[in-house]
Design a protein around this ligand. Structure first.
Ligand code: HEC
Length: 145
């Protein structure tokens, strides 16, 4: 009885993993969340949305999550399927790709450390973060739209 229970407990996370194992939709969802978090910041920087420090802070937290979870979501074997826009350079140049995640994480950490409280402060940090999105996309993503 006890053994069965232990076994069930030991196996259950594996079952969950197997059902929800595909890293491609996970990374696509993560990136979509990232874009959604970016939208209000772009709106603020263009003067279309009122500056709000709490929103900025929330968006930066989403970016930090992307930087933290992203690197593990591109394992070997996830090169194709789900209309992935991942480029084969991710696997031919894994160090370079990981470095882009580090660059992104650093830019996000710098923006968080700047404790943005004004539109000027946002503008000062946003380009640095966006540059790291673009830097990675340019070399490691094929845009299919
Ligand atoms: C280290 C590399 C890297 C960084 C940094 C990065 N991305 Fe991406 N992004 C990718 C890759 C690779 C894909 C393609 C994923 C796929 O389709 O499997 C992608 C896909 C996307 C997509 C399409 C998602 C979908 O629905 O398929 C959006 C939107 C996106 N990224 C936004 C961003 C934004 C905004 C940032 C910065 C705030 C960012 N990304 C930073 C590598 C990166």
């Amino acid at each position: 009885m006890k053994r069965t229970l232990l076994l069930a407990l030991a196996l259950s996370p594996l079952v969950v993993l197997a059902a929800d194992d595909d890293p491609i939709p996970q990374r696509q969802d993560l990136m979509s969340d990232t874009r959604e978090a970016l939208k209000p910041l772009i709106g603020m920087s263009r003067g279309q949305v009122e500056f709000d420090a709490a929103t900025v802070s929330d968006s930066l937290a989403v970016f930090a999550t992307t930087a933290e979870k992203g690197p593990a979501l591109f394992p070997e074997g996830s090169e194709s399927g789900h209309d992935t826009e991942a480029r084969d350079t991710i696997w031919s140049d894994p160090d370079g790709f990981q470095q882009r995640f580090t660059d992104f994480a650093d830019a996000v950490a710098a923006a968080q450390a700047a404790d943005i409280q004004s539109l000027e402060g946002l503008k000062a940090e946003l380009n640095g973060v966006l540059g790291t999105c673009k830097g990675c996309h340019d070399d490691y993503r094929v845009e299919k739209d």
